[in-house]
Design a protein around this ligand. Structure first.
Ligand SMILES: Cc1cc2nc3c(=O)[nH]c(=O)nc-3n(C[C@H](O)[C@H](O)[C@H](O)COP(=O)(O)OP(=O)(O)OC[C@H]3O[C@@H](n4cnc5c(N)ncnc54)[C@H](O)[C@@H]3O)c2cc1C
Length: 466
């Protein structure tokens, strides 16, 4: 049995590790386009900030660790074509040499590539690139290019296009390096994955740390500046009210999301969704015989929404593991995502799981959302912090649908959202959260944990709203 994984990031490596773990007699090969298998690209902002002192420290496992599991790595090698009938892959190495590799089962984990918004100067003939200080961010290669700009051009200022979680993490990283940072977001509020009321709190944290935040503003053009003294690049934008805005900066980072990298699969005949993500079932099977796919290149099965697209590292790991197991003949299912995520913004953290109102309505629920605030631990013990919460439950069934949290980064916002994620995963009602036996000691919590306080606030509001 020979299992081949294409892609050496979260999905491909998870599939390979699982296959080797289940059956040490199985031959497993991972084909990786670059030389950085199993790197934690989620940690890139913390390398750019200087908190992670060397890029090698971002490796989840070293090449030696991976090889010690018994898998073969084919680095700097691209899978160019899949011959589905012959069960063969055409590989091309960095010197252009071609070779066929046979497989019994194939896992496609080609991931995603950075989205390029329609901004003049970013695409087409004469487009600005990394040598001009204009960057995208998804891979280790992108990271090295950013570091080159930072170290060789010593930029004093940066514009970040996009205020999703990666944009926010990079704003913090560049502020930590002493740059003046402007963040420009097309949507009305930063961190559009949470409700605007929480996004406003995120924006306040950015502003408090010196970030110049422009929302409701779309960047239209990036060009070389005529006046170098204020920054070598000129960034033109327009607000929703049609007001033109210009900024100058020494570097620009465009982080507006990703699109699935699925052309290889498509050429082999794989079905794709409207956004280009490979269609897979819950066992991570594509429509092609003996071919599985996982990670950012596939659609996401969501426990409440059905099929969606939520490219996250945590999901890619789980899907890859399922694909690796099933490539060996099992029939395990990916249990489904809830879109659980958390981001640190300077001293604060924002997190969410499940559905927000508009998503719940679209999914056929009748959501009621309630806001609440509580201390992370007993306020008489030093160092307590308030946590802002939004609870969304279904009016008819009382089922918990979603939770959003914002609080100090030491207020366990991440682990508290995980309690909510477990509750939603298990289809609990909001009321049942009060029954959970959660831990308590005054320096770390309260007899009713903050998440139970939020649930009780929802129940109170729900009782008066029916
Ligand atoms: C800065 C940053 C921060 C992030 N932070 C978080 C976070 O905090 N939490 C979270 O859950 N997620 C986070 N993510 C998202 C997460 O990193 C991705 O969801 C995850 O890496 C997806 O893994 P993947 O294996 O599907 O694809 P990718 O990471 O995109 O990897 C694709 C792999 O396929 C290879 N490849 C592509 N085409 C070929 C080919 N033809 N032949 C051979 N190899 C090929 C590539 O070289 C690469 O190894 C972050 C992403 C970034 C960029």
């Amino acid at each position: 049995m020979h299992i081949v994984a294409i892609g050496g990031s979260d999905a491909g490596i998870s599939a390979a590790l699982r296959a080797r773990e289940i059956d040490a007699g199985t031959e497993v090969t991972v084909v990786v386009a670059d030389a950085y298998p199993n790197f934690s690209i989620c940690g890139i902002p913390y390398y750019v900030s200087g908190e992670v002192t060397h890029w090698r420290n971002l490796a989840h496992r070293s090449i030696a660790d991976l090889e010690a599991t018994g898998m073969q790595l084919r680095l700097d090698t691209r899978a160019q074509r899949i011959d589905v009938d012959a069960h063969k892959l055409l590989l091309v190495d960095s010197a252009g040499a071609e070779e066929y590799l046979s497989y019994d089962a194939l896992v496609i984990g080609t991931g995603a590539v950075s989205a390029r918004p329609p901004i003049d100067g970013l695409m087409g003939e004469g487009a600005l690139g990394t040598d001009d200080g204009v960057h995208l961010l998804h891979s280790m290669g992108d990271t090295f290019a950013i570091m080159r700009t930072l170290e060789e051009a010593s930029p004093a200022s940066a514009v970040i296009v996009g205020a999703g979680y990666i944009g926010l993490e990079m704003a913090e990283a560049l502020i930590a390096r002493g740059l003046r940072v402007t963040q420009i977001e097309q949507l009305p509020e930063v961190l559009p994955t949470v409700d605007a009321e929480l996004g406003t709190l995120v924006r306040a944290e950015l502003v408090d740390h010196g970030v110049d935040v422009l929302t409701g503003t779309a960047v239209t053009r990036i060009s070389r500046s005529s006046d170098d003294s204020a920054g070598r690049l000129q960034i033109d934008a327009v607000t929703g009210a049609d007001v033109k805005v210009t900024r100058r900066a020494d570097m620009v980072l465009v982080v507006v999301g990703v699109r699935p990298d699925s052309e290889l699969a498509q050429r082999a005949g794989a079905d794709r969704a409207a956004n280009g993500a490979i269609v897979v079932d819950r066992q991570m099977r594509t429509n092609l015989e003996s071919i599985f796919a996982a990670g950012d290149c596939v659609i996401t099965h969501h426990r409440l929404l059905g099929i969606t697209y939520l490219p996250l590292g945590t999901t890619a790991h789980k899907q890859g593991r399922v694909a690796g197991e099933n490539a060996l003949g099992a029939s395990r299912e990916f249990a489904g995502s809830l879109g659980t995520q958390v981001v640190k913004i300077f001293d604060m953290a924002a997190s969410r799981t499940g559905l927000r109102d508009h998503e719940a309505i679209a999914a056929g629920y009748e959501p009621v959302s309630v806001d609440f605030e509580a201390d992370d631990h007993k306020a008489y013990y030093p160092g307590s912090h308030r946590i802002r919460m939004r609870y969304t439950g279904d009016r008819r069934s009382g089922r918990l649908l979603g939770v959003q949290l914002f609080g100090h980064r030491h207020a366990e916002v991440a682990k508290r959202i995980d309690i909510a994620a477990v509750a939603i995963f298990n289809e609990m009602t909001v009321d049942e959260i009060s029954d959970l036996d959660l831990s308590y000691t005054p320096p770390l919590g309260s007899p009713w944990d903050a998440v139970q306080g939020g649930a009780q606030a929802w129940m109170k509001a729900h009782a008066t709203s029916v």
